[in-house]
Structure formats: C-alpha cells, structure tokens
Design a protein around this ligand. Sequence first.
Ligand code: FDA
Length: 299
Amino acid sequence: MLGQLLLAASRSTLVRRSVSGMPLTRKVVDRFVAGETTQEAVTAIQRLADAKLAVTVDHLGEETRDSAAATATAKAYITLMGALREAGVSAEASVKLSAVGQAFDEKMALEHAREICAASPMVTLDMEDHTTVDSTLGILAELRKDFPQTGVAIQAYLHRTEGDLRDLAGEGSRVRLVKGAYREPASVAHQNKNDVDKAYVRALRILMAGKGYPMVATHDDRIISITELLADRFGRSFGDYEYQMLYGIRTDRQEALAAAGHTVRVYVPYGDDWYGYFMRRLAERPANVAFFLRALGGK
Ligand code: FDA
C-alpha cells in the first residue's frame, strides 16, 4: 500500500517539488545516488573499481518532452565516458530511452542512443513502464545491427515477459533480468510479490538455459541461490553470467559475491534529476522510508 502510494508520488509534479526542496533530502539521496557532477560520478566509479566491482552508469533523468534536454542527456553520457577514459576506469552505460526523446520522437531517441553506444564500451537499455516496452525492444533491435552487444532490462512482473525472453535468449544477447519497479495494472503485470518472484525464477531459467549472457539484477538472496543452482544445471561458469545490484544497496553482499569470483556490476546513478529514481527505491522497501523520515527529523 505504502509502496503503491510512493510509486504514484514518483510521478507527481507537486510532490516532486516539495520533496526536492526539503533541506535534508540531499543527505538521504546521497545513499542511493553517486553525486550530481561528472567528476563525482568518476570518483564513485573509481572507488567501486578499486573494490573489484564492475559498473554500469546511469545519467539520471526520464520522461523528457524537450529535445534540448534529450540532447543534453546524450552529451552528458559522452562527456562522462571521455572523463572515465582519461581517469583510466571503464564503465558500461545504462540508458533510459525516455530521457533521450522516446516520449515524443522515437527517431531522436534512437539517434541519441546510437551516439551513446558509439562512446561507451557497452550499453544496456533500462526498461520503463509497460507502455514503452514495444518501442524499447524496437530500438534495441535497430541498435543491435551496429552494436550487437547492446543489452536490455526485462521486467519479470510483466505477463508478456516469457514470450519476449524466448526471442531474446539467443546467441549474443545480453538481458538484465529485473523484477520491475513501476506501478502497473493487473492486466499487464503480476501484483503480488510471490507471483513476481515465481515469474522471475521462470524467466531466469529461460535465460540460464539460453545462449545469451544473463545479467541477474537483484538483491534477493533466494534468487541468488537459485541462480547458482541453475548455473550448475546449465554448465555456466563465473564468466557466463553476472550479478547486478544498485548503488548503495547491499554493498556488503556485492563485495562478498565479487570476492567469491563472480562478476558483480553496480548500477551507479548520478545527476541532479534524482527524484523518480529515489522514489522508486523508497517504494521498494518501507525501511528506506523510515530512514528518510529519520533524516528529515534530524536523526
Ligand atoms: P526485492 O524487492 O524482493 O528485495 C529483496 C531484498 O533486497 C530485500 O528484502 C532487501 O533486503 C533488499 N532490497 C531491495 N530493494 C531495496 C532497496 N531499495 N533498499 C534497500 N534494500 C533493498 N526496474 C525496472 O523496472 N527497470 C529497470 O530497467 C531496472 N533496472 C535495474 C537495474 C539493476 C542493476 C537493478 C539491481 C535493479 C533494476 N531495477 C529496474 C529495479 C528492479 O526492478 C527492482 O525494483 C529492484 O531491484 C528490487 O527488487 P529485488 O530483485 O532486489 O528484490
């Protein structure tokens, strides 16, 4: 219930204004966001690289309806990739197509995504609400003609996902499997956590049995144990799949998996448009809301 309210708030301009203006919000946001500037992102990524963690970096922003903002987002990725090269660190990019024009000009989104692919070692397209899935998969297919390693996030909670995965589990594909973070109607997505978890395991099985490279994006220990069983069953060793987790969430688990020899990639968001991302993280876990309220109360 609280999660649903927070997801609704994540799309409210009024709540966005008041939360963004609260003096202590920034302190709490810092737990989930690596900073606002290119330099802060480079520093955070360097720190993760030193801890033997791989990175995919997200320039925060979504649902842009302004072509100047879409162009600025693409430029920000290109600038960051240049700064990372200069600093001698490598990171993949995660891109929300709605930040580069998908909502009003799909062609523009494709062109910006191409520019980001050309500047980055590897790109994974994030998946946003269900109305964008067909468009995102269409853009993915176009990008893969020139950048075959481009990956995509697929949301286990959507009823359509098993069908999509059968098309995507082939040779060379890179799929990041997530549970799904948006408020969706029952007609398109499982609503109950148990059903989402079961759907995740079915989807994971398709990916682990397939020929692509599964990116298992979760903080859920039960799913991690099941991934290990499936890796055994389908003869996948450490380099044949990877784990991904969000910046600031279960850092100890990230380090433990990396120390055991797994590739662990941390999703590092940076930039000043953190509101939607931050609210989805609060919605995932009531304890994060308590943390937020305590900070507002000065504790
Ligand atoms: P679940 O929510 O069941 O949590 C399992 C356990 O993990 C919890 O009990 C808790 O211990 C810990 N945990 C989970 N979330 C936490 C939080 N916010 N704070 C603290 N602890 C937490 N979604 C989407 O729709 N499109 C996308 O493109 C992406 N991209 C993406 C990339 C990566 C790398 C990750 C890890 C996740 C995403 N997501 C996403 C988000 C995803 O859909 C999902 O909402 C979150 O990962 C939470 O789900 P879990 O699988 O972690 O399980």
